[in-house]
Design a protein. Structure first.
Length: 564
């Protein structure tokens, strides 16, 4: 009965049976399925397929299984979907909040002022791509809920900065000082969002008073909502709403169901929520795929997809490879990787596990020697972020832990680093794995250990900040962290590197699919190498991260309601 179940799911099912004081195999299997579904990223388990109404009725005879609206450990709907109560509540609350937001009219829009702003910020002579961004911006201004999806370099941040300028102009005309906020799921994504917003502002054709109201920094979502240390509660919720008129959230594909529910709940009804992301990237690590559902399943008028790429040249191999992966075109992806037409994409046949260190030696030394030969911490951080090894897995011979150990061995033998036994060392790259509000570091933040320029005998941990300065602290004050010469593809979301080496496992694994490959390829700005087995590439490209999330997310959004 427990075959294929995790220990956690088995223990949960045992607990539910004890709570019910029953040894029913049906109850055990249903409870275990609900728990296992959540572990696998799903929101529910389908325990009674269509046409099995009798099984739904039988399961509901157990007191621990309620119908939607009941307060019970498990919730079973009429379609045979079984939820852990908290995930049913997250989904139900999110649906209610989205429907309410859809029904809420957008603030009055001065059409004449909007047309003037559009003409100035989105000049028609820039061509079709600009016209697409213009249409997207106009739609967002007229809505309280907007979703902008597109791959790297399609102008999402650039467009939203102009949208903020238009909204600030509209508010100023009404005598209101608009309060916007920028946010993202991780500290790294927040830093990149702040950098992108600052860069976009430089060329904005706006009055300086308008520009001064566009935020120059952002928050992680946990900080925006006011996460409480040691608790799952937040300072901002339905009874204490966020003090913002507009909230822009970047890298929204990384947001799980629970966090999205909490975010939408905390928004004032008449505020605007603008979600930016790439629907083709990996879903959140935790259960749910809300951004993908909003883009792919829901009937929402406020979803805009940007396609024209402004980052890569028209003949870029990276752009073409990303498109082939996204479209699951195996033959085209293989030709791009194995051909000589594009120097920015290449394929490396992954060796046996025992030969992996030898195979990685040259790319590791070439990729990391420049930062290790830097003179200052700022220079070292800048150079370190130009190259990264991405792994599909955490464990195993091709996983992050082992590959980081190989990198340390390679760099030590090359005399580029000199690690002591369990001691911090110059050049050690660290990836924070747990939020620490006390020191201002968050899960996903990446830094390096480097001598203090004012006292070279003193080692400090340096991290970049959104304002371009460095945060420095003693290694002993670091939150839980790990080596980061190699990171998982999941951890790489929200980041961009000049060059990327993607290490795929030699054997076939269900964790390697289209979304993972697409996310890995699009982390590279100039060059990407995929190291794997050609026999596994086709299977991976055909595999999708299908989640049971929110098939009932069928929001028929109203036409925008704004002033004339």
């Amino acid at each position: 009965m427990t075959e294929g179940l995790s220990p956690l799911s088995t223990r949960f099912a045992d607990f539910i049976c004890r709570l019910e004081r029953s040894d029913s195999p049906d109850l055990f299997e249903a409870a275990a399925a609900a728990s296992q579904a959540v572990e696998n990223g799903h929101v529910f388990a389908l325990v009674a397929p269509e046409g099995c109404a009798g099984k739904v009725d039988r399961l509901r005879t157990f007191g621990v299984i309620g119908a939607p609206g009941d307060f019970a450990p498990l919730v079973l709907d009429d379609s045979g979907r079984l939820y852990l109560y908290r995930y049913w509540k997250y989904l139900n609350d999110l649906m209610a909040a989205l429907h309410a937001r859809n029904a809420q009219k957008a603030p009055h829009v001065d059409r004449s002022l909007l047309e003037q702003g559009m003409a100035r910020l989105f000049p028609a002579e820039d061509g079709d791509g600009e016209e697409g961004l213009r249409a997207a911006a106009e739609g967002v201004v007229n809505r309280t809920l907007s979703v902008i999806t597109g791959g790297p370099g399609t102008g999402k941040t650039w467009t939203v900065v102009k949208i903020l300028a238009l909204l600030i102009e509209q508010a100023a005309a009404r005598g209101v000082a608009l309060r916007p906020a920028l946010a993202a799921p991780t500290g790294k994504a927040v830093a990149r969002l702040g950098e992108a917003v600052a860069a976009a502002q430089k060329d904005l054709d706006c009055d300086p008073t308008i520009l001064s109201q566009i935020p120059d920094h952002g928050f992680t979502l946990h900080r925006l909502l006011g996460a409480r240390t040691g608790s799952q509660s937040y300072r901002h919720h339905a009874g204490n709403l966020l003090p913002y008129h507009v909230v822009v959230v970047d890298e929204a594909s990384m947001i799980d169901l629970a966090l999205m529910s909490r975010l939408v709940e905390a928004l004032p009804p008449d505020s605007r929520l603008i979600l930016l992301g790439d629907k083709d990237q990996l879903a959140s690590v935790e259960p749910g795929h809300v951004f993908g559902d909003l883009c792919n399943k829901a009937s929402i008028e406020g979803v805009v997809e940007l396609r024209k790429n402004y980052r890569y040249p028209s003949d870029s191999g990276i752009a073409r490879l990303a498109d082939a992966v996204r479209s699951r075109e195996v033959d085209r992806a293989t030709r791009l990787l194995r051909g000589n037409e594009h120097s920015d994409v290449s394929w490396l046949e992954v060796p046996r596990a025992e030969d992996l260190e030898k195979s990685l030696y040259e790319p590791v030394v070439a990729g990391y020697s420049a930062y290790l030969e830097s003179r200052t911490p700022a220079e070292a951080l800048d150079r370190f972020h130009r190259f990264r090894i991405l792994c599909a897995l955490r464990r195993g011979p091709y996983g992050v832990r082992h590959v980081n150990a190989l990198c340390q061995s390679i760099l030590t033998s090359s005399r580029l680093v000199r690690p002591g036994r369990n001691q911090p060392f110059k050049g050690q790259p660290v990836l924070v794995t747990r939020n620490d509000y006390g020191v201002g570091l968050f899960n996903g933040d990446t830094g390096i250990l480097w001598p203090d320029p004012a006292d070279p005998g003193l080692l400090r941990a340096y991290f970049p900040t959104s304002d371009g300065t460095l945060k420095a602290l003693a290694p002993g004050r670091l939150p839980p962290h790990e080596l980061s010469w190699a990171i998982t593809v999941h951890k790489s979301q929200g980041s961009e590197f000049d060059r990327v080496l993607v290490v795929l496992p030699a054997g076939e694994t269900p964790l390697v699919g289209r979304e993972l490959l697409y996310t890995a390829v699009t982390r590279a700005g100039r060059q990407v190498t995929l190291a794997g087995h050609a026999s596994n590439l086709q299977t991976a490209l055909q595999r999708r991260d299908e989640r049971d999330t929110a098939e009932q997310l069928e929001l028929q959004m109203n036409e925008p309601s704004a002033g004339d």
